[in-house]
Design a protein around this ligand. Structure first.
Ligand code: NAI
Ligand code: HPV
Length: 524
């Protein structure tokens, strides 16, 4: 049974696929209400209210995926999730229109004093002179952060006859020209805009991007909007400029602390507020819940996810192509790790042929996870493999080389450890399966599965027979056996497969023979 925790309110229509899945138990409760069962959940679905901290992740020992039904992931500790091998996905497109529309509504409301006028009329006043507004037409709107929401907002502003100034270090000229906005430097936007709105993520570069100093560079009488994240406009700085009337008014959907208890901003008549409603429409909520549900189901089913924050994004088509190499790489990493039982400093992976045309970074992570999984005591997967390798001082690299092996595709991993190197080559043969085709300088050909024994020996008569006899004496059936050598009478190798795990005493016995150089067991 798979257990999924939905800890923030979400569209039940969007959640239908998991609610209806017979093998999934869905619990719709806040984290605090399931403290005792946290270790059971395979997935957690959240909006912005649940804080997915390292502390929570530590308690959710079975967790595989965090699904954010929305855009902003600043409530999720991505580094910690990555460290614990938990994939984080979001639903980046589902609430774009709703948030852009909400920002536009806030802007119009702010300049026409609609919330204040509404309260006044409902208090039996009829004070038309108190609410004289300002037109949007002909004004300059400065947008900081020109992604999905910023872009949709700009289109609407252009239709209303506004000029749009944009500051976004990652914006291309092409995109700006298509929407008809002017790319500006930050200070240029501040100096030229009548209204400024922020649409960046909350990250260290954007935290307090509008603060006491930068707001002072804006036009006197500027209006400010924040429908992105509390903290992008520094609240102390905003309060300072509201007091000295440099800022004519502000519209805020988000706050540094939510809900904003005892927040001085709420005391200003010219500050209008909503309780983080940007994405709160039926349409957006259905979109984000449906998107995130599908992604979580895919991931739990071993299928690709398309909007992961801490994994390379793969389409279904690419994932299907990668899948055989992913499995092969994982096994190769595991074999190498078991054959090189010494500290390792470097892992170099080479890709040849058709595999080199795929998303090799994903395959590299699979190989690393196979390697590390065999030697560390924590969950290692493609999400955290790179991070764990670095933590343990193991450097890794990948290279695409011209096809020298003669196979349609070939992966080669070379591991450098204390005074030792180990090389393993593998290929995937369509309709046949994974094959290991090289160990160090030896050509070999075996299917990497089950319980294996790798023997290095001298190519002398009787060695194979002796190995067979020892195993036979212990009633051990050899399932398959492959032998490889470079020159007659020189170094040789054997790879044997068994149906069960071998007793370590057998390894010792075989290794004691003069012609046998080393014996290693490998369990896959
Ligand atoms: N109030 C609400 O309910 C909602 C709020 N949001 C917030 O809105 C934010 C934006 O959402 P989207 O437009 O979908 O994201 P997006 O990723 O499409 O756009 C963000 C833009 O910010 C830009 N950016 C990054 N660093 C910057 C910097 N230092 N200076 C200027 N620009 C920078 C990026 O280049 C990107 O173009 C989200 O991160 C989220 O926090 C999103 C949805 C609903
Ligand atoms: O998608 C986002 O980034 C949002 O801010 C929406 O937040 P919510 O899901 O409404 O709590």
């Amino acid at each position: 049974m798979i257990h999924v925790l939905v800890s923030d309110s979400m569209s039940s229509e969007g959640l239908q696929p998991i609610l209806n899945a017979p093998q999934i138990n869905v619990v719709q409760k806040k984290v605090e209400e399931v403290e005792e069962e946290l270790h059971l959940f395979d997935a957690i679905l959240v909006r912005s209210a649940t804080k997915v901290t390292e502390e929570l992740l530590k308690k959710m020992t079975n967790l595989k995926i965090v699904g954010r039904a929305g855009v902003g992931v600043d409530n999720i500790d991505i580094d910690a999730a990555t460290k614990y091998g938990v994939v984080v996905i979001n639903a980046p497109n589902g609430n774009t229109i709703s948030t852009a529309e909400h920002t536009f509504a806030m802007m119009a409301s702010l300049l026409r004093h609609i919330p204040q006028a509404s309260v006044s009329v409902k208090s039996n006043e009829w004070n038309r002179n108190a609410f004289v507004g300002t037109e949007l037409y002909g004004k300059s709107l400065g947008i900081i952060g020109f992604g999905r929401i910023g872009g949709e907002l700009a289109k609407r502003a252009r239709v209303f006859g506004m000029d749009v100034l944009v500051y976004d270090p990652f914006l291309t000229k092409d995109r700006a020209e298509k929407i008809g906005v002017k790319i500006c430097a930050f200070d240029e936007l501040l100096a030229g805009a009548d209204i400024i709105t922020v649409h960046t993520p909350l990250i260290k570069e954007t935290k307090g991007i509008l603060n006491k100093e930068s707001i002072a560079k804006a036009k006197k009488g500027v209006y400010l909007l924040n429908c992105a994240r509390g903290g992008i406009i520094d609240e102390e700085g905003l309060i300072y400029h509201l007091k000295n009337k440099h800022v004519a008014g502000a519209a805020l959907d988000v706050f540094e602390v939510e809900p904003p208890v005892n927040n001085k901003l709420l005391e200003f008549e010219n500050v209008i507020v909503t309780p983080h409603l940007g994405a709160s429409t039926k349409e957006a909520q259905l979109n984000v819940a449906a998107q995130v549900t599908q992604e979580v189901l895919n991931y739990l089913d071993g299928k690709p996810v398309t909007s992961s924050i801490n994994l390379p994004t793969l389409t279904k088509e690419l994932f299907d192509k990668i899948q055989p190499f992913y499995q092969l790489a994982k096994k190769m990493g595991n074999i190498v790790s078991q054959c090189m039982r010494v500290p390792v400093q470097e892992i170099a992976i080479q890709y040849e042929g058709t595999v080199a045309e795929l998303e090799t970074s994903f395959i590299t992570k699979a190989l690393l996870s196979g390697f590390l999984g065999a030697r560390v005591d924590i969950t290692v997967n493609e999400v955290n493999a790179g991070m764990i390798a670095k933590e343990r001082g193991i450097t890794f690299s990948e290279k695409i080389t011209e096809n020298k092996s003669g196979y349609e595709n070939c992966l080669e991993v070379k591991v450098f450890g204390d005074d030792q190197t180990f090389v393993l080559k593998g290929t995937h043969v369509p309709n046949y399966g994974e094959r290991i085709v090289g160990i160090n300088d030896f050509n070999i050909d075996f299917y990497p599965t089950g319980h294996l024994m790798y023997i290095q020996h001298q190519d002398k008569p009787g060695v194979i027979g002796r190995v067979g006899k020892v195993l036979g004496d212990h009633e051990i059936n050899i399932a398959t056996m492959q032998v490889g050598r470079k020159v007659k009478g020189g170094e040789a190798i054997m790879m044997l497969a068994f149906d069960r795990v071998l007793d370590p005493s057998l390894t010792k016995q075989l290794a004691s023979y003069e012609e046998i150089v080393s014996v290693k067991t490998i369990d896959l």
